[in-house]
Design a protein around this ligand. Structure first.
Ligand code: SF4
Length: 250
């Protein structure tokens, strides 16, 4: 059996269908096992809900154990009284608000652009069909490129603000992360930067398909480019972070 890579799922892009490390990922293996159990239960007319509930409870217990270990290591008391919690550096709090909000705004702009311009894709489909029938150009390749660009943009749309949020989670507290490069903030920031770069390339591809929309698309491209620059400024060591599996030689 191939060995799992510890923590690989923490800094991946959660796109398992496209991941080359599925066989070495504990989360993927667990998801597969659950699906197999549920499918087996379906066949035996058991709805599988008991197994799912048990798995959820086990996962919760494991998460609690990890949180408690972390809290103990950092001298943090896990009770509901937060009065003695250290204040977070206000400039980091402000940066978090600003960047998470910029990530959400990008998602809103994108959503709006696709709703207003849905007709473009219908027209493009007809145009491609015509070219295909007339055997003009490599339409299959063009179609694959367009579909890929759309899938990439869609996959990272809400992933970006969620991961920005996580990148700030441990930043600027008294119990700040010890490692200057290999820490959760840099790992999360790095996957945000990767997601933004892939999204930028995909938007450029969309722009090439619809050059008449360049002015509108430049706004989206600029907002993403600005977000990328702000993340790079806020997390200057992010690119140096080695993501388990993806950036390490295994
Ligand atoms: S490492 Fe790969 S298989 Fe595992 S959760 Fe991430 S994308 Fe999915």
């Amino acid at each position: 059996m191939t060995e799992h890579i510890p923590g690989i799922y923490n800094y991946c892009d959660r796109w398992c269908e496209r991941c080359v490390f599925t066989k070495r990922c504990r989360i993927f293996s667990e998801q597969q096992s659950i699906m197999e159990e549920v499918n087996a239960a379906d066949e035996s007319e058991d709805d599988g809900s008991e197994k799912l509930l048990k798995h959820a409870l086990d996962s919760f217990a494991e998460a609690m154990r990890l949180i408690q270990n972390w809290a103990k290591a950092h001298g943090v008391t896990l009770d509901t009284d937060n009065s003695d919690m250290p204040e977070r550096n206000p400039s980091i709090e402000a940066a978090k608000e600003q960047l998470v909000s910029a990530g959400r705004n990008y998602a809103k702009m994108t959503d709006k652009w696709f709703s207003v311009n849905s007709y473009l894709f219908k027209d493009k489909e007809q145009e491609m069909q015509l070219k295909f029938d007339l055997e003009i150009g490599d339409i299959e390749k063009e179609f694959a490129e367009l579909v890929n660009a759309l899938e990439v943009i869609r996959h990272y749309l809400f992933f970006i603000p969620a991961k920005i949020n996580r990148a700030f989670a441990n930043l600027g507290w008294d119990f700040d992360e010890d490692e200057t490069v290999q820490n959760d903030s840099n790992g999360s920031a790095k996957i945000v930067l990767i997601a933004i770069s892939k999204s930028l390339s995909s938007w450029e591809m969309i722009r090439q398909f619809f050059p008449e929309k360049t002015d509108e698309l430049i706004d989206i491209l600029m907002s993403l480019q600005k977000l990328k620059g702000q993340m790079e400024t806020q997390f200057p060591s992010a690119y140096a972070f080695k993501r388990p599996g993806f950036d390490d030689i295994i």
